[in-house]
Write a protein that binds this ligand. Structure first.
Ligand code: GDP
Ligand code: GDP
Length: 437
């Protein structure tokens, strides 16, 4: 189960610097092992063996414009709803402000852990100035950090890990079932799609263990397959506020995506793919989940025999370099191809589990490498000796060679495409690592 930590605080207290510091602590390891690219505002941290996600709520705000206090408060409220632990970040240079007090008032009412992080404590003198933040009335302990030089962040991470809830792992039986999530902007038709699928024969509804929010997973059977639809209540609950903002769609999707195996991103056919959709795709890819794109409300589109192909091309231009994605044109209203979406999600689920035998993999890839050698770098020949698929949950491949650091992105993409041409990894992000032989 995913665990989410949200950084809240008014502008300029150093939220994004803190975010970079906390996620950067692990970055060195992540790059080597899995190559996960980090989103600007969303990252994963492993500390003392505990993995969690961090979200910088401020990162989704437009800092250049005047931000209304009202808007900031809404963001804090959403963070309260969606996160497991809140970090209220304040600035020792400016001391306690009214806005800090307002946020503290909101946070005092909740029964989730809130840690007060006093930032910009760059030296010992400043430590003496932190005491005034006790007046926020939030905790017996303050965490003094300097996000710029890193001091105090180790203690903060220790504490975060200590207060994170112990989420029960799913049962062994549940582990085996594909976990599907429907994500997308408000009004694209997520609830309609789920209703079309479930219809009246709603089976078992289980509240998700360990979460206080009303996430509900639905067990579900279609064409002989059992599934779990992840977080259906979260999807069907209607937002009270104008949620058509990058921040809201990301914040609402994070946990759902993390708890799934395959995500169905629903688009509104009349609107096409937008930047928020790309953010969601980025989240899916960063979490190495499978992806299906459903273009919903296809009934509203005037079409001829070229429309679908043109539409497909336009979407893939935006998702590049990840373009091996199934796209289904459907209508939750008329039920057209809604089952195809489900079928496609199952295929992607299978693709994500695919393991290519090492001998076959080397046979095919050696030929591909011979046909198109890695370009020389600084007059040095790069020799790739062999390749193996790593025993990771989502597909990743290690190529062993003499000078791994000289193999650049375009060549890695060539290798990835070759793999995709020979084996079906449709809808699945692939990771390619170059390793020293
Ligand atoms: P945000 O708006 O809350 O995300 O704040 P930023 O992370 O953008 O930081 C605002 C300003 O505070 C920037 O100029 C940072 O360089 C500075 N800053 C952030 N953390 C520290 C710190 O630990 N010490 C000092 N002296 N400055 C900091
Ligand atoms: P959600 O916010 O993503 O859960 O979206 P909803 O399922 O609530 O749908 C938003 C609106 O779009 C509702 O008025 C639906 O009736 C409508 N809608 C959903 N799917 C379709 C579809 O396939 N075709 C048409 N024409 N309308 C749809």
């Amino acid at each position: 189960m995913s665990k989410i930590v949200a950084i809240v605080g008014r502008p300029n207290v150093g939220k994004s610097t803190l975010f970079n510091r906390l996620t950067g602590t692990r970055q060195a390891i992540v790059n080597e092992e899995s190559g996960v690219t980090r989103d600007r505002n969303y990252g994963k941290v492993t500390w003392n063996g505990v993995e969690f996600s961090i979200i910088d709520t401020g990162g989704y705000m437009d800092n250049s414009a005047d931000i209304f206090e009202e808007e900031i408060k809404r963001q804090v409220q959403l963070a309260i709803d969606e996160a497991d632990v809140l970090l209220l970040t304040v600035d020792v240079e400016s001391g306690v402000t009214d806005l800090d007090l307002n946020m503290a008032n909101m946070l005092r009412k909740i029964d989730k852990p809130v840690l007060v992080v006093v930032n910009k404590v760059d030296n010992t003198e400043r430590t003496f100035e932190t005491a005034e933040f006790y007046s926020l009335g939030l905790s017996d302990e303050l965490y003094s950090v300097s996000s710029i030089n890193g001091s105090g962040t180790g203690d903060l991470l220790d504490k975060i890990v200590e207060v994170l809830p112990d989420l029960e792992p799913a049962s062994a039986e549940e582990e085996e079932l594909p976990r599907l999530a429907f994500v997308g902007r408000p009004n694209v038709g997520k609830s309609s799609t789920i209703n079309t699928l479930i219809g009246e024969d709603k089976t078992i509804v289980t509240p998700v263990a360990g979460t206080t929010r009303d996430a509900v997973d639905i067990h579900f059977n279609k064409f002989g397959h059992n599934f779990i639809l992840v977080d259906t209540a979260g999807v069907r609950k209607k937002g009270k506020i104008n949620e058509d903002v990058e921040f809201y769609s990301v914040m609402r999707s994070v946990r759902t995506i993390e708890n799934s195996d395959v995500c169905v991103l629903i688009l509104d056919a009349e609107r096409g793919i937008e930047s928020q959709d790309l953010n969601i795709i980025q989240l899916v890819v960063n979490n190495r989940k499978g992806l299906v794109i459903m273009v919903n409300k296809w009934d509203l589109i005037e079409k001829d025999n070229k429309t679908m192909e043109q539409y497909r091309k336009r979407i893939l231009e935006r998702t590049a370099p990840f373009t091996d994605i199934p796209i289904i044109f459907a209508s939750a209203l008329t039920k057209q191809r809604v089952l195809d979406v489900l079928k496609s999600a199952v295929e992607v689920y299978e693709n994500r589990k695919r393991k290519v035998p090492t001998s076959k993999l080397n046979e095919v890839m050696q030929e591909a490498i011979e046909q198109h050698q890695p370009p020389m770098n600084k007059d040095k020949f790069i020799r790739i000796k062999y390749v193996t698929q790593l025993p990771t949950l989502a597909p990743s491949f290690a190529f062993y060679c003499n000078l791994p650091q000289y193999v650049k992105e375009p060549y890695k993409r060539y290798l990835e495409n070759q793999i995709r041409q020979h084996w079906d990894f449709k809808g699945v992000p692939i990771q390619i690592f170059m390793r020293k032989k």
